[in-house]
Every structure is written in C-alpha cells, then in structure tokens.
Design a protein around this ligand. Structure first.
Ligand SMILES: Nc1ncnc2c1ncn2[C@@H]1O[C@H](COP(=O)(O)OP(=O)(O)O)[C@@H](O)[C@H]1O
Ligand SMILES: [Mg+2]
Length: 424
C-alpha cells in the first residue's frame, strides 16, 4: 500500500497559490533540480513549520524536575513529583507561638507510603492556623487583607530572607499555612536576652533586614508589620522575615496605595500611617527598620508611651532621645535619623538607597546574600526536649483536619502533661 505524498495531501494550498493574481508563473512552476531545488524545499518546509493552522504540540510544564527548565515534554511524560501530602499526613507536636490571628504549631510528617523528599517521616514544619471565623471578621474590616498572607507568600520565589510557605490546607474550621520551621525563635527574644548590641553586631542584623526588605520590595510587597517579633533567627544565625498577615501588594501600575489603614503595631508605625492625608508605601517598612535598629542598640523603642495616644503623639513629632551614657557613632546616629525621618518622601530607603549609607559601606551585600559572613551568634540546635512558650496543644476539635500527637507517658521531659501525672 502506498501512502499519499505530501503534495497530494494539500490540494487546497496549491490551488490557492495558482489563483493568487500577483504570483508569477515562475513561482508556481515546478522547482528545478540542484541547489535551487533544495533551497525551495527548505523554504517551503520553513513556511510550513510556522503555519498557524498546525496543532501545537501539548505543552506540559513540570516544576521541580531536576535539570528541566521549562519547555515541551513528550505527552507521555510522567510528573515525577510525589503526590501532595494531605493535612492528616502531619501530626501536631508543639505550640510554637501565639499571635493576633491564631496559633503557630509545630508539626511532624507521619510515617506514610509515597512521601516525597520534603516530607519524609519526621520532617518538621511550622503551621499557622487561621480560624475562618476570625478571617471573616477581618474580611469585614479590611477586605483586601483576607488571604493576603497566603497569596503573597505563595507567589514569592524562595528566598533565605523570607519564611517561605511550603503548602496550604483547609478544613471546615481553619486555613492552615505550612511554613519552613525556624527552630531558634524570634529576633525579639534575641534582643531581650543578648542585647543591647554593639555597632558591629547591629550592623550585621540590620544588613539582614535591609536585604530582606529589598527582596520583598523588589517583588512588590510591603510588609507593613515589620518588628523584631515578626523576624525569626535561623539556625545559621541569619534573620528571616515572617508574618505576612498585614502585607499587601504595592499596585505600581495604579500609583502608590492611597487608602488609609492604620495597620501594624503602634510602636513601629510610621507617621504617615497615623495621618490619612498621606499615602503609604514602602516607606512604612523603612521606618519600622529604623525603630528596630534603635531597639537593637538600646533594647527599647524610640517612641515609647504608656498608652497609644502618647505613642502616636511621639511618632508624629518624630522626636526621640538616645539613652544617656550610650556611646553611638555619628554615622550610626545619622542612619537612624535618616530612617526615622517623619516625611516619608525624604526618608532613607525612599529618597536614597539604604545600601549607599556610609554606615553600611563595609558590608558586601553579595557576600551577605551568599551567607558568607559569620553571624555574631549561632543559636544552639534545639534538643528534642525544647519547649516553646510552655503552651499546651490546642484541643483536637479546634483543629479537626490535623492530628494531635498524644504524648507518650513514659517521656518524663514532656511538658505537655500536667506535672502531677508524670512518673517519678
Ligand atoms: N516558621 C516558624 N518557625 C518557628 N516559629 C514560628 C514560625 N512562624 C511563627 N513562629 C512563632 O510564632 C509566633 C507568632 O507567629 P506570627 O506569624 O507572627 O503570627 P501572628 O500573625 O499571629 O503574629 C512568632 O513570634 C514565632 O515565635
Ligand atoms: Mg506576628
């Protein structure tokens, strides 16, 4: 049996070609043999390849395939990723933190078939539990902020400066945000236990925050609640920014954010957040970075007051004092003053780049990004008996989708049991 030749399969093409009035008879003539004939065939095949009418080959995008950078895979390619792990593939073993919007729990991957590398049994993650009820309340108050944390974190590329999201889950009561587990606690505790810092230590930590903010701002995200309690310390001693509950995208195309929201933590709020005439943007994060730098050096915040009104009054005035007897270099004083400039448009980070300030001139930011500086303090690896906040686990009915690990009675060190129940 003979298959039809390509020319016989496309009669319409040849008939269209002969009908075209501008086409010379030479162009329609059968190609002669030799080099010209080859050129003609090549040209014809090129035009055919570019045809709009050809069905496109199926395009399968597989992220995470080693060595694969995108493109066309054969249709029978198998996605090499392990199936997504369900929420009940984890068990809750500790309470890590308690925040305004819910608990942060420590979870461990359970023994299961088909686990991927990320979730091999025993892998630890932090899970932020966001109650749907509370989310509804926030939704009424700040509609743009619901789900903001999940949306912004999921869209971000991985960066060491940001506490990245590993997965998201939900059940009938809560949304669960699974994050990288950072075992060494928050920067607030580091300042309180190891501070106040000398200039060199403060410079290292501040440079971490600067790198983190430039990364976030580069992705169009304003954090809006930067403070030591929302910065975590990694096991290599570097900092990572967490808690994106108040973060929002800066709509660059629509100009700076104009709506007025008094959002954040009063002690770290920039003056423009207190005054609805001003627009808010990246400037609020640079103000908070200035407050954090002052806090690293003095162990207290620059605009302190017994009530919110006093705090807001001090913030609006922009006046603060350095503790008596504390020796602070002129360059260090000048960077704090430049960050705590009340007019947002004149603030360091908005007007000029923070990287160009003389106090940071000895920091090589590429070296910092690569993690090649020795951190001033490397936290000790937590032992299995490490407890966080000494808080009990949530009752199982509050987190129906997540298994709560019942502590083994023989583990004498287990803090989750009331003392009197412990064996002697
Ligand atoms: N990925 C994490 N690893 C370890 N601890 C964490 C992690 N994320 C949060 N925590 C702990 O939980 C606390 C509250 O978390 P955060 O995200 O700030 O919640 P909230 O929005 O309620 O303030 C943090 O101060 C920190 O101690
Ligand atoms: Mg927080």
């Amino acid at each position: 049996m003979r298959y039809p030749t390509p020319s016989t399969t496309k009669p319409s093409e040849s008939s269209r070609a002969t009908k075209h009035p501008s086409r010379s008879p030479k162009a329609n003539a059968a190609p002669s043999k030799g080099v010209h004939a080859r050129k003609h065939v090549l040209k014809a095949s090129k035009t055919r390849r570019a045809s709009h009418y050809d069905p496109k080959p199926p395009r399968i995008t597989v992220h995470g395939l080693p060595g694969y950078t995108g493109g066309i895979l054969p249709p029978d390619a198998v996605d090499p990723r392990p199936p997504a792990l369900p929420l009940d593939g984890f068990e809750c073993i500790r309470t890590l933190g308690d925040g305004a919007y819910g608990h942060v729990l420590l979870v461990r991957a359970r023994e299961q078939p088909n686990l991927g590398k990320l979730a091999c049994p025993g892998s630890l993650f932090a899970v932020k539990v966001l109650s749907k009820e509370r989310m509804k309340l926030i939704d009424q108050k700040y509609p743009a902020d619901t789900n903001a944390e999940r949306m912004h974190l999921s869209a971000l590329p991985w960066s060491p400066w940001v506490n990245g999201v590993v997965g998201t889950f939900k059940d009938e009561l809560n949304l669960y945000l699974m994050l990288e587990f950072i075992p060494s606690g928050c920067f607030y505790d580091v300042i309180q236990t190891r501070g106040p810092f000398d200039a060199a230590t403060a410079r290292f930590y501040f440079a971490n925050i600067v790198s983190g903010l430039y990364f976030l701002h580069g992705e169009g995200i304003i954090h809006r609640d930067l403070k030591p309690a929302n910065i975590l310390i990694r096991s290599d001693g570097y900092l990572t920014i967490a808690d994106f509950g108040h973060a929002r995208l800066d709509e660059i195309d629509n100009g700076p954010a104009t709506e007025w929201l008094m959002i954040g933590t009063p002690l770290y709020m920039a003056p423009e957040l207190l005054c609805y005439q001003h627009m808010t943007g990246y400037s609020v994060d640079w103000w908070a970075a200035g407050v954090t730098l002052y806090e690293m050096l003095t162990k207290r915040t620059p605009f302190f007051g017994m009530d919110e009104n006093k705090i807001f009054k001090r913030i609006s005035s922009g006046k603060y004092k350095w503790p008596k007897g504390l020796r602070v270099g002129a360059s260090l004083k000048s960077i704090v003053a430049a960050l705590l400039t009340t007019t947002a448009e004149h603030r360091l980070g908005v007007k000029d780049s923070v990287l160009d300030h003389p106090w940071l001139e000895n920091i090589d930011f590429d070296k910092l990004d690569a993690g090649n500086y020795m951190a001033p303090w490397i936290p000790e690896a937590p032992v299995p008996t490490q407890t966080w906040l000494n808080k009990g686990l949530p009752p199982p009915h509050c987190i129906p989708g997540l298994k709560v690990c019942v502590p083994a009675v023989h583990r004498e060190w287990d803090d989750r049991l009331p003392r009197k129940q412990l064996p002697i």
